[in-house]
Design a protein around this ligand. Structure first.
Ligand SMILES: [Zn+2]
Length: 292
């Protein structure tokens, strides 16, 4: 189960990993907390009044297409996009949005989905939301609370039979080390550099590379990832930096998507290269205990 803030986040974070696991037979469920109603149109070709008027419907259609491309299932949590609070000082969040929704309203909805879908592994954003959009930060908070509550029979007893996920991960795919590796290979091959400005503007933000515990090989699924992202046509500039580095360079320089293991109910040695590492052994040991 991958919990995301908006439709399109599932295609820009961990998409190749999900496509790989789905292709290998895992049941993969994307949970999308909001409808993305307040997303900005980032594709100049689609930035029209019609798009703005029908944003909510358009984003559902885009999400359906991306879900099909990735081969995963998807559920809406049903909250309303907070929008990016633009300005200095930041304006207050709009009434009724996800960023302002009390946890006792949002957490039980995710607990119910966890108890229905019964995931072994949950993926969400880190404590900063991966980036400081209020919906991303809230997505982290709600995911953590649901992960803690789902297996506890005393919490939300009316939301289904308790189910404890076994591992919880944060996305860690945007490391500086990854950008530098791709940049170095572009230079080595005499190709145009595409990340040099990004790297130069990194400033004193720490590199998330040191937090990575888990690198999942998924280069064979980068095309699917990019196709899914392009399906969110209003949200992505097809000529922008998401697609700037040639795929063959990305595949060679950095053939993985990366995660931080944030919690596990059993001892999980890291580094590892599989989100499900140890899960089968753990389940076998549990069933032996029951039958013994
Ligand atoms: Zn988002």
């Amino acid at each position: 189960m991958a919990v995301h803030a908006h439709p399109d986040d599932e295609s820009s974070k961990g998409a190749a990993t999900m496509a790989r696991y789905a292709a290998e037979g895992a049941d993969v469920l994307v949970v999308t907390c909001t409808g993305g109603e307040r997303g900005s149109v980032l594709n100049p070709a689609l930035d029209t009044p019609e798009t703005a008027e029908n944003m909510s419907d358009i984003r559902r259609i885009e999400m359906d297409r991306a879900r099909e491309i990735l081969g995963v299932n998807q559920s809406w949590l049903g909250f309303v996009d907070s929008g990016w609070p633009d300005g200095d000082p930041r304006p207050p969040l709009p009434e009724g949005c996800f960023g302002l929704t009390p946890l006792d309203e949002s957490v039980p909805r995710l607990v119910r989905l966890m108890r229905e879908f019964r995931p072994h592994v949950v993926i969400t954003y880190d404590e900063k939301g991966g980036y400081p959009h209020p919906d991303h930060v809230m997505c982290h908070t709600v995911s953590m609370a649901a992960y803690e509550a789902s297996g506890d029979p005393d919490q939300y007893p009316d939301q289904g039979e308790p189910w404890q996920p076994l591992k919880l991960y944060y996305h860690m795919n945007m490391s500086r080390r990854r950008l530098e590796a791709i940049d170095a290979l572009l230079v080595e091959r005499g190709r145009d550099r595409v990340y040099d400005e990004w790297i130069a503007n990194w400033g004193d933000r720490p590199d998330t590379y040191s937090r990575i515990t888990t690198r999942v090989p998924c280069a064979d699924y980068f095309e699917q990832r990019d196709d899914a992202l392009r399906a969110h046509a209003t949200q992505i500039d097809p000529y922008g930096r998401w697609f700037a580095a040639p795929l063959e360079i990305q595949k060679e320089a950095w053939p993985t998507e990366d995660f931080e293991l944030a919690s596990a109910v059993f001892e999980a040695p890291v580094p590892e290269d599989d989100l499900f590492a140890g899960v089968r052994d753990y389940l076998d040991s549990q069933s032996t205990e029951v039958t013994a």
